[in-house]
Design a protein around this ligand. Structure first.
Ligand code: GDP
Length: 319
């Protein structure tokens, strides 16, 4: 990408899209094309085709999606499959029609089979049944990956897909019902410290293991891959390291400075015992994450809870 190229970031208001925009700006890319969902409904084929024809972006980061936690995924199954299929079909086809030089499509690690080998290699895709609760979302994301592959094969388009591990960052969802574990625990420990509560309840047994990537590092990896001449059709993005939920709780407790007790509520589900991506391909290409988990947690804690950005708890995740 040259600094003068026109770069469209679809989904720039979400956690991932906003981090990509920030990284592009830091690196001196200034010709950014951004549209909110109110300005451009990506499910509307005519609107998307008209937008691409008029604006003719050189590069596209496709970070727009309907997203949510386990409850939302399971409840709004029809919306999750329809909206995501429409967004991908419209944007990817419009990118092909209008000669986009390269497109990067953001998937999610939940597209891999429920019982995939750990750490999960890219080759595990479509080798087994999916987790039923988010199957409609995963099927839509797999369709996006396969569209990119098909457009490469038939039309020679430079379209690639990336699969990020569990992400966290400043624009995260901090709602205790619908958020993921890291933002939920940050909030729980912070509120317990402020109120002087004697204990914090952590769901499950604390033994499941998860991998966490700071979203600014993901954005850096996306820009790295956009600029890299090698074009894997599918590539995992993560740290290659995982941690148990109990260890995560202790780390967050330290960062927050909470001195009370941690209690495990074993009536709540543990979910998958382990979710770790195999990132050897990305490491071989020369990219490594930069932000340690402790440093990332500290950054989020300071920005969200200590400097208190207004409205932060209402924001939704992007991917
Ligand atoms: P998952 O990675 O798709 O399983 O999603 P989550 O991030 O929601 O949960 C990861 C693990 O953290 C599960 O074992 C949860 O039971 C556990 N966990 C512990 N406390 C919490 C909490 O307060 N909120 C959430 N969402 N998960 C928690």
């Amino acid at each position: 990408m040259r600094h003068t190229d026109k770069i469209y970031v679809a989904g720039h208001r979400g956690m991932v899209g906003s981090a990509i925009v920030q990284r592009l700006k830091e690196l001196g890319y200034h010709h950014l094309l951004l549209r909110s969902s109110a300005e451009l409904d990506l499910r509307n084929q005519a609107a998307v085709f008209e937008f691409f024809k008029k604006e003719r972006p050189d590069y596209v980061f496709l970070a727009a999606a309907r997203v949510g936690g386990i409850l939302a995924n399971n409840t709004y199954r029809a919306e999750f499959i329809y909206d995501n299929l429409q967004i991908e079909a419209n944007v990817i086809h419009a990118a092909y029609l209008n000669g986009v030089k390269k497109l990067l499509f953001l998937g999610s690690s939940c597209i891999y089979p429920k019982f995939a080998p750990q750490p999960i290699p890219e080759s595990a895709l479509l080798t087994g049944p999916l987790e039923p609760t988010n199957e409609p979302y995963a099927i839509a994301k797999i369709a996006g990956v396969k569209m990119c592959e098909a457009y490469r094969a038939q039309y020679g388009c430079h379209f690639i897909s990336v699969m990020p591990t569990n992400l966290y960052g400043i624009n995260d969802n901090f709602d205790l019902e619908t958020s993921h574990v890291l933002p939920a625990l940050l909030r729980k420990f912070h509120e317990a410290r402020i109120s002087g509560a004697p204990e914090v309840v952590v769901w499950g047994t604390g033994t499941p293991r998860r991998e966490f990537l700071y979203v600014d590092d993901l954005a850096d990896a996306c820009v790295f891959l956009m600029n890299h001449p090698e074009e894997p059709s599918l590539i995992n993005i993560g740290t290659g390291e995982d941690i148990s939920i109990a260890e995560l709780a202790e780390l967050i407790q330290q960062v927050v400075g909470y001195t009370g007790k941690i209690v495990f509520d074993t009536t709540k589900p543990d979910g998958t015992p382990r979710k770790l991506l195999d990132v050897s391909r990305l490491h071989e290409m020369g990219w490594h994450h930069k932000t340690s988990l402790k440093e990332g947690i500290r950054k989020v804690y300071e920005a969200v809870f200590l400097q208190g950005q207004p409205g932060i708890f209402q924001r939704k995740r992007a991917v």
